[in-house]
Structure formats: C-alpha cells, structure tokens
Write a protein that binds this ligand. Sequence first.
Ligand code: UGA
Length: 352
Amino acid sequence: MKVLILGVNGFIGSHLSEAILREKDWDVYGLDIGFDKLGNIIDDPRFHFVEGDITINKEWIEYNIKKCDVVFPLVAIATPATYVKNPLKVFHLDFEANLEVIKSAVKYNTRVIFPSTSEVYGMCTDEVFDEDKSNFILGPINKQRWIYSCCKQLLDRVLWAYGFEKNFNFSTFRPYNWLGPKLDSISTTKEGSSRVVTQFIGSILRDEPIKLVNGGHQKRCFLYIDDGIDCLLRIIENKGGVCDKEIINIGNPDNNITIKELAAKIKRIFEQHPLVKSKIVQKKVKIENVSQEKFYGEGYQDVTFRVPSIKKAKALLGWTPKYGTDSALSKTIDYYIKEYVEDKKRCGKDLR
Ligand code: UGA
C-alpha cells in the first residue's frame, strides 16, 4: 500500500507516519514545508519525503495522487486564534488548497481519507454528536471563528457529493481535541496561538499564567494521539470496505472535562513531574480568568460542550480508545518538559 500524506510534518501526519513505518509494510509519500517533527523516520527507506508547499508543488502532488492508493490531505490551520485573526488565510488553505487535492483525487480515483473536525457540529445541542443525525449549528457571519468549521463542512459535503454522484470512494474522520507530543510548538506559541493543552503547558514554561476563557466552564473530550492513530490505521486498512463513504467521529466520550478541570490536572501533573519536584525545572503554575473578548477578540464564539458518539467507530472498526485524561496529559507534559530542558541546554541557558 502506498499512502500519500500532505502535511506529513504536522501533529497527525508525523505520528501517523511513525506508526505506519513501525507497524505496517506500507510506503509513505509525504510533503511538508518543514521536517522538524519527523525525527529518524526521514531516513527510513519506506518514507519518501519532499519539502514543499501544497499551494506550489502541484505537479508533485498530482503525480503522487495518481501513484498512491490513498491520500490524506492534512494541511490546514487548526487554531481558533487564527480563525479569528486571519479568516481568509483559513479559507485559502483549509478550503481552496484542499479542494484542489480532492478534485485531483477524484480525477485519478484515489481514495481520500479526509480530516474533518468536531468543530463542524458547532453549537449543536445534542448530548452526543452523531455523524449521520446531528445538526450543525454555527454562529453569525461576524463571528469569523466559524470559518474553519464552515470550510471543513463544505469539503465534507463536496466529498459526500462526489461519492453520491460519481461513486467516488472516501472516508471522513472527525477528531475531537486530540492531544499528545508534537501537538503545537510551544517555543513559538504566543497568547492564544495554539490549542488549549499546549497553550497551558507553554504558558507555564514561559512563566506566564494559564488563562481560563470565561472561567473555563466549557467542556471538551480529550483523546490521546495513539488512540487516534490506532483508529486511522484501521480506516486505512478498511477491511471489507467498511469505511467506504463513511464519516467517523474519533474522540473519547469518557474524557469529558471542563477547561477549568483541565488546568487543575495540568497544574497537578506538572508539579509532580520528577524534573519539577527535583527543582531542575523551576516553574510556578498560576491560573487566571479572562474574558473571551479580551483573549480572542469580538469574532470569537465558544462551544460549551461536545461529546462524540463513537458507536460507529466501534461497530465498523472494533475500535475503542484506551487512554484516560490523566495518562494522556502525563505523557504530553513529560514530552514538553523534556523538550524545554533540551532547548535550554542547547542554548546554554539556566532552567528557570
Ligand atoms: C479545536 C480547534 O478548532 C481544532 O484544533 C480542532 O479541529 C478541534 O478543536 C478539535 O480537535 O476537536 P477548540 O476545542 O475550541 O477547537 O480549541 P482549543 O484552542 O483547544 O480550546 C478549547 C477551549 O479552551 C475553548 O473553550 C477555549 O476558549 C479554551 N481556552 C483555550 C482557554 O480557556 N484558554 C486558553 O489559553 C486557550
């Protein structure tokens, strides 16, 4: 099997490539503008990497879509602060650039595994979000936060339409707040520029307070990356064609906590880390409240809760998530603390 991953150096792309090379005999063809998250796999003979941009390297992409069995178009902006500040950037990259990839895949009849998002459900009021039954509820146009959700929704619908009218084969997956090592770069994160888990860990390491938007009463279900990748490998394998033209939620309904609880857990796990307890890393965790207008600006609207139904992933793929919130956070925090220590050592700085 030949798997094409556009955005291979991203959070999902890098973990997925590692898992494929470790557990399967498939080849990975990957494109990205960077390679810092790829580590040793870049030297693996079954990993074929090209440094490039999906908006520029179009011939390479078309050639590889034609050659491969499946394509993951993973290039996208996925941080809410950017949806609010640069909605057009989100539209050009997340929608326009990916639409071209999808059209090319249709031309060569290469199966697409598309990363939709839990954000498509928006402010849906269902207790659990069902891929085939729940309605999508987005805010008004002047709340530009929804442009990401809307771009992804339209591509979900385009794929569905190609399946319906042209019998094109795709599988769409919807990640729910995945976390783990390499989620976002904390050395470059500024206020609001990454997702909540890395925002909190980055704030602690930069000696800034953790900020709870609107008191942190909103809830998310967090899923550890290894659980997500396990599910994606099953989707790629697609035994008996069970995922043909299916949309599949990938989240952990048992890990449903408020952002305030998340902050408290991160504080506790951080303070118990051996490098912090032994004072090799000296940091104090402070937690503050902030209004959404101050943190994100007027174009933001929040999702107060979202719980996935994972009945479909269980029924089609026999998949269930294994990691609880504490173990997922411990592994993630451990990765970022060690990365911080390594960075400081490289720069010859002390660890305060
Ligand atoms: C995210 C992103 O849109 C996408 O990465 C992704 O598609 C989707 O979730 C997903 O993985 O399911 P969201 O969960 O709203 O959306 O984004 P986060 O930045 O992780 O924020 C989660 C919650 O924490 C929000 O309620 C936000 O207001 C809050 N928050 C965020 C804080 O209280 N403080 C912060 O410093 C950052």
